[in-house]
Design a binder for this molecule. Structure first.
Ligand SMILES: [Zn+2]
Length: 279
């Protein structure tokens, strides 16, 4: 109940702020887009998928291991060593020989990676201007827009993208995990802190992968999509917030909607103007 009340009041606050800033944010975007594009500096961003994922500078795979499975055998299969599995996963007991019932990151050897690549299994990439956001989900389309009033009278604080349960969800930008776990009506949720007071939220997940305080890179796997919390179908709910005010992700993504090529950009000037507009 307390959660509901705080949710309702935050929606009212969001609505009031959005009402004033929506048109302004769009104007800002148009005004600064040209400038942003002229920055020109791009970075090659690799996007994790079902087959190759990254964690702490390693390429590998997150796996749910059963209790008592041999570490040695799994290590051999992926060309790595038991010691490396222990190191990457920060397993406290270096003598441990078997997995416990939990999720582990299994790093691949270079040979194993090459073998995958020779089979055409690789991470796709795109060149993205420095500091810009990428879509958190590949090949998805928006099924519910931001700012729409629901049957409950609440204002939608993000965009929804329908996707089968278990679809990979990646970090939209570099940052630090602020929250990774259950969050009321959002269900299993990841929140990433980016530059300044900018955060992204990924909700209704089936599984979160990382833990609070972990550093993430653009394109890095953070979770699998699901249907948890107040959700009426399998989808990802994606939010961008500045100073806890929700912004329309789509107004920053309009040109490249529905492909993996979309990205969001907030230049430092733009962030400053958004901040000023709110005070
Ligand atoms: Zn939603």
């Amino acid at each position: 109940m307390a959660w509901m009340l705080s949710k309702i009041s935050s929606f009212i606050v969001v609505y009031v702020l959005i009402g004033n800033s929506m048109g302004y944010a769009e104007d800002l975007w148009k005004k600064y887009k040209v400038k942003a594009e002229s920055y020109g500096q791009t970075e090659r961003v690799f996007i994790d998928n079902k087959y190759i994922q990254t964690y702490k500078e390693h390429s590998g795979l997150w796996m749910n291991m059963g209790h008592g499975q041999s570490m040695e055998r799994i290590a051999e299969k992926y060309g790595t060593t038991r010691e490396e599995i222990i190191a990457v996963n920060e397993i406290k007991n270096p003598e441990q020989k078997v997995f416990f019932n939990a999720r582990y990151f299994i790093p691949f050897s270079d040979d194993y990676l090459e073998k995958l690549e020779s089979m055409g299994i690789k991470r796709h990439h795109r060149d993205v201007p420095h500091g810009e956001f990428i879509w958190p989900m590949v090949g998805s389309s928006i099924t519910q827009k931001w700012g729409v009033r629901s049957v409950f009278g609440t204002i939608h604080s993000g965009v929804d993208m329908a996707a089968p349960i278990g679809t990979t969800v990646v970090a939209a930008g570099d940052g630090i995990i602020l929250h990774s776990g259950f969050e009321g009506g959002y269900g299993y949720t990841v929140v990433i802190q980016h530059q300044g007071t900018l955060i992204t939220r990924y909700a209704h997940l089936s599984q979160t992968i990382l833990k609070k305080g972990d550093k993430v890179k653009r394109g890095q796997l953070i979770a699998f999509s699901g249907n948890t919390g107040q959700s009426t179908g399998a989808h990802l709910h994606f939010e961008i917030r500045q100073n806890d005010v929700s912004l329309d992700p789509e107004s920053f993504l309009s040109e490249f909607k529905e492909t993996m090529k979309e990205y969001v950009h907030f230049s430092e000037d733009q962030l400053q103007m958004i901040r000023n507009n709110q005070s």
